[in-house]
Each structure stands twice: as structure tokens, then as C-alpha cells.
Design a protein around this ligand. Structure first.
Ligand SMILES: Nc1nc2c(ncn2[C@@H]2O[C@H](COP(=O)(O)OP(=O)(O)OP(=O)(O)O)[C@@H](O)[C@H]2O)c(=O)[nH]1
Ligand SMILES: [Mg+2]
Length: 361
């Protein structure tokens, strides 16, 4: 069984790359499956992967390591039901220490499956550039500790969103990352380039993680917990209906206003994402991360008068503050655009302290 573990910080482009790489592999006659993961339970990524037609299964309510038994059983269900040639396992973007707590245990407890696995860490090229050059970062040190540890344990480091860097900056960053991490395969890519994604798949294919045979990296769990506990999670599913023809402008207003308030208050936005399922048009996902700045005019296609929306926000702030910012903006959008908004599910919380079921030295 081939499993490509995909880790990396919130909003770095993991899901986009998995879906687009999955399409390329499918065109080559290979079947893929995806295990998604999050601390919450109403997940944009799971809806988005499902909409892409790639079979997927989610490990919700906690990371792979803290939910190891769910991860193991979901993985085997996916393998048995779909018989994929390759499974992508995307860990939640606030999680690290995957080798010691997930890959090594799986290798040991499921030795009969002859698992061949690799670990790719994704980074947003703009955030990595700021990190390596000592620039200003939108997150506090303990959160950045998680970002650093995700990179440290990876076999393959993908510097993603190369299209948002100048050619010169991209080349310089690639050279600097190769210099700092000589033992890793380092790739500069855009998740929208088939050539780049094929190069990633070539690296991952036939790769057996050497990390499995080495001692696990040192991990300061107190610092890791402190980083996780600085983040707030807010998830909401709601329906929006209007007597006007199209609610695209209203949803753009909600999304960009939340982004503006969080940016103005200097709350580090890990990832703010919406999955929009219009009643009569194709579904779409829109996103904002701490490196993006403004979120204006993300909706470019028709939505119509009615849609169901899943909102996930992962932000360095307080959960109550985050939920009230979002809900106040939705209320003001309802007044401004004469919308009927109904909340279907809502959940705001801090992820718990990481407590892996297994940790192999
Ligand atoms: N310009 C550009 N945007 C990208 C690229 N890859 C991803 N994105 C965008 O970045 C945003 C986040 O992408 P996702 O794939 O959802 O990131 P993720 O790492 O799965 O996020 P989480 O699961 O929340 O941690 C989306 O708006 C994507 O369209 C890229 O290579 N270039
Ligand atoms: Mg994702």
C-alpha cells in the first residue's frame, strides 16, 4: 500500500495539490483516495475533496496522532472499499510529529500491508521566505515552532504557491532551502501546474521514508501545546437565501469583511475558508490566509439566490471573539443584502493539547 502523508501549515495548499495531483494520477489510470483530517467536524476540505470525485474519508475531532485508532480504521476501510493505488493522508495544518506518532506506529502495527510511505511538508512560499529571511510573521513564536517542526521531519519539502513569488525570489528561496535542508528533496511548485505536481508525484513514488529507520525528532510537547492552544477554531454551516437574483456579492462581503476585521486586529489568520454549495450552480471553495492581505472579489461565477455555506476559520485569537466577529458580520450582511440566514451547525473551540496515542522514539 502506498501512502503519501501530506503535512504542512494551515492554508499552505495541501488539499489543492492533492486534488490536482489526484486528477493527474487518475488520467494515468491510477486510483487515488484521500484521508482528510481536522480538529473540527464540519469540514470544508472534506466537502471539497468529495466534490472533486476522489474517494475520501475524514478523521474529524482531532489530529491523526490523537485519533490514531480512527485513522487506522478509516485508512483500512478506504483501502478495502476503494482499492486505491495511492492514498494521500492530509494531516491538519496545526499538527506535527507525524513520523513518531503515526507513520512509525502504522509501519509496526500494519506490517502485513507492506506500507510504503513518504512525508511531504507543504509551505506557503511567502511564509517560508519570511521565516528564512527573518521577516515579519503573522503568528507568534510557539505557533511558528509547529511550522518549523513540520518542515524538520519531512522527507520532501514543497515550497508551494511559487506563482505568487517573483522568478528571482522563487529561485533564491529554492537555493536557500536546499542549502538549509541538504538531506531533503526540495521542490518549488504551484499547485496549479501539472508539470510541478507530476514532479512531486515522481519524488513521492518509489520513495520509502528514511525517517522511519532513524530516531524520531525531538519535540517539545509543552511548546507544541502552547502553539496549538493559541489558535481558535470556528466552524459554521448556514444557509443563505435572498429574493435578489444572486447572493455572490453578499457572500463576498461576508468573507472579505471577516478577513478585514481579523487583519485590522492583527489576528494571525491560519486559514479562513468557505465551501459554497449553490442550489442551482456548481460548488466552490474560497480561502484567505495570513499572507494574502485582502480577500475582496473572490466569487467569480454565479451562485444564484440560494446556497448552503460551510465556514472554517483557524485564527490565532480567542474562540469567542472569532465566533462573534463572524456572526456579527453575517448579521450585518443579512440586513444589508436582505438575506434569510439560517444556522445549521456551529462550533467554536480551541484544539486540545496534543496527546498522541503512540509515540515511537
Ligand atoms: N496562487 C496559488 N494559490 C494556491 C496554491 N496552492 C493553493 N492555493 C490556494 O491557497 C488556499 C489554501 O489552499 P488549500 O489547498 O485549502 O490549503 P491547505 O493546506 O489544504 O489548508 P488547510 O487544510 O486549511 O491547512 C486556496 O485558496 C488555494 O486555492 C498555489 O500553488 N498558488
Ligand atoms: Mg486542507
Amino acid at each position: 500500500m502506498k501512502i503519501y502523508f501530506v503535512s504542512g501549515f494551515l492554508g499552505s495548499g495541501k488539499t489543492t495539490s492533492i486534488i490536482n495531483a489526484g486528477r493527474i494520477l487518475m488520467a494515468e489510470g491510477l486510483k487515488t483516495g484521500v484521508v482528510t483530517n481536522d480538529q473540527g467536524k464540519y469540514l470544508v476540505d472534506n466537502y471539497f475533496v468529495n466534490a472533486s470525485g476522489i474517494p475520501s474519508i475524514e478523521v474529524a475531532n482531532g489530529c491523526f496522532c490523537c485519533n490514531y485508532d480512527d485513522f487506522d480504521s478509516h485508512l483500512l476501510d478506504l483501502a478495502e472499499n476503494e482499492k486505491p493505488d495511492i492514498i494521500f493522508a492530509e494531516s491538519v495544518g496545526s499538527c506535527a510529529d507525524i513520523v513518531a506518532t503515526v507513520m512509525k506506529p502504522l509501519n509496526e502495527f500494519r506490517a502485513n500491508y507492506s506500507i510504503q510511505s513518504s512525508l511531504t511538508a507543504f509551505t506557503d512560499g511567502r511564509l517560508l521566505k519570511a521565516r528564512l529571511s527573518g521577516g515579519k510573521l503573522p503568528f507568534s513564536d510557539d505557533v511558528i515552532y509547529i511550522f518549523d517542526k513540520q518542515i524538520e521531519e519531512s522527507d520532501i519539502l514543497v515550497i508551494n504557491k511559487s506563482d505568487l513569488l517573483s522568478d528571482a525570489d522563487g529561485a533564491e528561496l529554492l537555493a536557500e532551502a536546499k542549502r538549509r535542508y541538504p538531506e531533503k528533496r526540495v521542490l518549488l511548485q504551484s499547485a496549479f501546474s501539472d508539470d510541478n505536481l507530476s514532479a512531486w508525484m515522481t519524488e513521492a513514488d518509489g520513495f520509502s521514508s528514511s525517517a522511519l529507520n532513524k530516531p524520531s525528532m525531538d519535540m517539545d510537547y509543552a511548546r507544541y501545546a502552547s502553539g496549538e492552544l493559541k489558535m481558535a477554531w470556528f466552524d459554521k454551516i448556514f444557509s443563505v437565501k435572498s429574493s435578489s437574483e444572486d447572493i455572490g456579492e453578499a457572500i463576498d462581503y461576508i468573507f472579505s469583511s471577516v478577513g478585514e476585521v481579523l487583519n485590522a486586529e492583527q489576528q494571525g489568520v491560519g486559514h479562513l475558508k468557505l465551501f459554497i454549495k449553490p442550489a442551482a450552480y456548481p460548488a466552490m471553495k474560497i480561502s484567505l490566509t495570513g499572507m494574502d492581505g485582502s480577500a475582496k472579489h473572490q466569487i467569480k461565477t454565479k451562485i444564484g439566490a440560494e446556497a448552503r455555506v460551510v465556514l472554517n476559520a483557524r485564527v490565532e485569537t480567542e474562540p469567542d471573539k472569532l465566533s462573534s466577529i463572524v456572526n456579527n458580520i453575517i448579521s450585518s450582511a443579512a440586513d444589508r443584502y436582505k438575506l434569510e440566514v439560517n444556522t445549521i451547525e456551529e462550533n467554536s473551540f480551541r484544539p486540545g493539547e496534543p496527546a498522541p496515542v503512540h509515540r515511537f522514539a
